[in-house]
Design a protein around this ligand. Structure first.
Ligand code: ACO
Length: 306
């Protein structure tokens, strides 16, 4: 359990233009709109012509503009991704270059925690801004089409491309985290050249771990669900989301669901959803609980004020 004093300065996102529908996919593999929608809740996903770097940069730029932030105040960039086109330099490092940040000292690195990446990255950045860092740019970006095998109907229907960003600094708001992992389920979801997944086992793990994560971050911080205005889960499958809504007896209107539009965008799904939520709630500060799970396995939840 961890708790930090962190202010969310602004959020941003970049969504690629090109749309891939379920009908498009049914021309590529043996599937149908009906199968995909009823099993996953996905209608469309986005396909990027942009590189991972460009997606990350555009989301970061959006957060800088929305927050009216001086880019040279940013001295920490953490990028959560598993789909970078090259191993080094890091996407974070190249984002610094593309943003032309001229700070005297800047730390930049990428972080791999699969779909939990953004929650992990936000905790790392929150911890670091308690020290002498000024402002951190945290990005979740994925070009899943870099690793999707478009001949495998088990996986190619699920994923899409996007990027989301958040700028944070040391502040007066409490931000709570519970991040965790387990190293003995590594075979269930792997990306070497292409993505391989045992969908059913991942599903079973997710429906078990998500309500537990939500309860844990609340209990360890003496909070209750009534004190949470909104829940933003990783968007992997609408049935996984509906399952924890039922387990926790939640009001469905209190949970953000946008998987129908974007599919599973891995580390980007939570920051994209946060930014969409922020667009609709621009003038009010809300207590939002984010929760993610992904390959490893990794999982985590956080309570933030946005
Ligand atoms: N179209 C039509 N039929 C299909 C398709 C498809 N796209 N994909 C699989 N099928 C078939 C299978 O071959 C199988 O046929 P069979 O019974 O003849 O063998 C049948 O449909 C049922 O397949 P299941 O895998 O049992 O289907 P299930 O109901 O479990 O749904 C799904 C599959 C959607 C992948 C589900 O298991 C799931 O969502 N799992 C979690 C995935 C997830 O969350 N992944 C990401 C987590 S971490 C991260 O985000 C990186």
């Amino acid at each position: 359990m961890s708790k930090y004093k962190t202010k969310v300065v602004s959020t941003g996102r970049f969504i690629p233009d090109k749309i891939l529908t379920n009908d498009d996919l049914s021309k590529m593999v043996d599937t149908s709109d009906e199968w995909i929608y009823t099993r996953t809740g996905i209608k469309t996903r986005r396909i990027a012509d942009e590189s991972v770097l460009e997606l990350a940069y555009l989301a970061g730029l959006d957060a800088i503009k929305k927050g009216n932030v001086d880019k040279n105040d940013i001295d920490l960039i953490v990028v959560a991704t598993i789909t970078a086109e090259q191993k080094t330099p890091s996407i974070a490092n190249m984002v610094q270059k593309k943003l032309e940040i001229e700070n005297t000292q800047v730390m930049t690195f990428d972080l791999n925690a699969a779909c939990t990446g953004f929650v992990y990255a936000l905790e790392v950045a929150s911890a670091l801004v308690q020290t002498n860092f000024n402002k951190a740019l945290v990005i979740g970006v994925e070009k899943m089409t870099n690793v999707v095998d478009f001949t495998d109907r088990n996986t190619c229907i699920l994923f899409g491309d996007a990027a989301g960003a958040m700028i944070i600094e040391k502040g007066n708001d409490d931000i709570f985290f519970y991040n965790d992992s387990k190293g003995d389920l590594t075979d269930l979801l792997t990306v070497d050249d292409k993505i391989h997944m045992d969908g059913r086992k991942v599903y079973q793990f997710a429906v078990d771990i998500i309500p537990k994560s939500i309860n844990r971050v609340l209990e360890e911080n003496n909070l209750t669900l009534d004190e949470i205005d909104y829940i933003i889960p990783h968007q992997a499958n609408v049935r996984i989301i509906d399952s924890f809504i039922k387990t926790l007896n939640l009001d469905r209107d209190k949970v953000l669901i946008n998987i129908d539009k974007y599919g599973n965008t891995s580390a980007a799904s939570i920051p994209v959803a946060i930014d969409e939520y922020k667009d609709d709630n621009a003038n009010s500060v809300k207590n939002v609980l984010i929760v993610g799970f992904g390959g490893g396995f990794t999982w985590g939840a956080a309570i933030i004020k946005i």
